[in-house]
Design a binder for this molecule. Sequence first.
Ligand code: ADP
Length: 282
Amino acid sequence: MPQMPWLNRAATASEAVRNDTDTPQRLVTLRNVTLKHNSTPALRNVDFHIDRGEIITVVGPNGSGKSTLLRAVVGALPPSTGFVQRNPKLRIGYVPQKLHIDPTLPLTVRRFLSLPHKVSDEQAQAALEQVNVTGLAQRQMVGLSGGQFQRVLLARALLSEPDLLILDEATQGLDQPGSAAFYRLVETLRRDLGCAILMVSHELHVVMAASDRVICLNGHICCEGAPAQVATAPEYRALFGSGTQGALALYRHDHDHSHEHSTSCPDDCEQSHEDNILRVKT
Ligand code: ADP
């Protein structure tokens, strides 16, 4: 296994993850990762890393391996080949795309924040303040608006003082201003807390603006880089169309390239060669 400089540093310094340093600190490394579900590869030869303080967005059609990548990052799925290395003291906060709460279950925001680990009133209040929803503590979870609900999920993720915050389609169901406000908040959190943020989102126009680095995935990494670079990359345009004017770009697919996967449609999509449109079922 190759030597990882940050691992050496972690072994000799108790501050391993949460220290203050001017040099970027590697939190997670994936090296040449291939990951199979039932012998079918969902990810192939993926090289990827996350440094402290970065905002990284993963984009790709349905079935392109985004969730699989997140699960590999958190260690929920072991790679078939290659390796995943995490800073040994890495703390991860996770914001799911949905969380079903039984509408008949009385559950206040305050109680929810203490699940699964009990937190003090002060900690709960501080977390709610960080996501700008002070005053919700005694409200019922089922009575929250979509935007409030997602912020409470975010508050709960922050309670673990994460080095890496993972947002899996965290703004699904929010309207565009709601999503934009949510991602502005995410940028503020990165600035204030210094954590890295790894996001999966379909809202290309919003998340790309908020990202330092974009990874365009379709079973393998098609292209990656700064948002402006990726938006003009042929591989990105092949998957999302030439416009980045919003989620609609997701529904366009120009067959003017010889992308490795252009002949096969990712799972959960229907491809029409008549109108050259890739329809992604959401
Ligand atoms: P995305 O998040 O981009 O929609 P996924 O990572 O969920 O993509 O899925 C990538 C591929 O792996 C798809 O073909 C999907 O059907 C398959 N897959 C995902 N999870 C499983 C699983 N638990 N068992 C079998 N196949 C899976």
